[in-house]
Design a protein around this ligand. Structure first.
Ligand SMILES: [Zn+2]
Length: 220
């Protein structure tokens, strides 16, 4: 049996299910799930200067600087090692090249890059129904009527809210940013590491996507 892939990048637009799938994979394979969104929000909660900078940018649907993001990720790797499942990172070609340089210096190149693809129409309808936990990053859909805004997070007990950047104006800005800055990251990996790049249709059911992801991570 082949070794499990353990340095993984999961890419995809807002509401493609990256966070949920990363959680499930993390549990199934014992690989730490690292969301730069959660790392950033922890900076914001602690009210650091970097946290305030991040807050100002994300409430407008903008991105914080590549240098800032790669710095907090590199700090995380120093503390936790080079087994990871990155969720929505790298978000720009600049972040991807910085990440590659960091991983080369650690002699730990990426094993797998997976893009979850979803249409703009499906993204918009999923976001309209989405509530999130800002503490642990879990997301839930209000369409199932099991969770509502203001309820406690089933996982950690914090309050479920609609994120600032899920408001429709900010979402449209995020879709533009995704198309202009993140989709080129896919092109970057297709050029530099075509053997590890995969695409999955995120319009499928959550279990079908998870099965496909599991085959890739498990190297089957
Ligand atoms: Zn939570």
């Amino acid at each position: 049996m082949n070794a499990v892939n353990q340095r993984i990048v999961l890419l995809g637009p807002p509401a493609s299910g990256k966070g949920t799938q990363a959680d499930r994979l993390s549990e199934a394979f014992g690989i730490p799930h690292v969301s730069t969104g959660v790392l950033l929000r922890s900076e914001c909660d602690r009210g650091t200067a970097l946290g305030r900078e991040a807050d100002a940018a994300t409430s407008k649907g903008l991105l914080v600087s590549d240098e800032f993001v790669v710095r907090i990720v590199a700090n995380w790797m120093q503390e936790h090692g080079t087994r990871f499942l990155f969720d929505g990172f790298p978000r720009t070609v600049g972040q991807a090249t910085h990440l590659d340089a960091t991983l080369i210096s650690l002699k730990s190149p990426l094993d797998l890059v997976i893009l979850l693809e979803l249409s703009d129409g499906a993204i918009r309808s999923r976001i309209r129904e989405r509530i999130s936990c800002l503490k642990c990053g879990a997301t839930y859909s209000t369409s199932l009527h099991t969770h509502a805004e203001g309820d406690p997070c089933p996982r950690c007990g914090a309050v479920l809210v609609r994120r600032n950047d899920d408001a429709s104006e900010a979402l449209e800005q995020r879709l533009i940013v995704y198309r202009d800055l993140t989709l080129p990251v896919v092109g970057y990996y297709e050029r530099t590491a075509p053997g590890i790049m995969h695409r999955i249709d995120a319009g499928e059911g959550s279990d079908a996507i998870f099965a496909e992801l599991s085959r890739l991570v498990g190297n089957e």
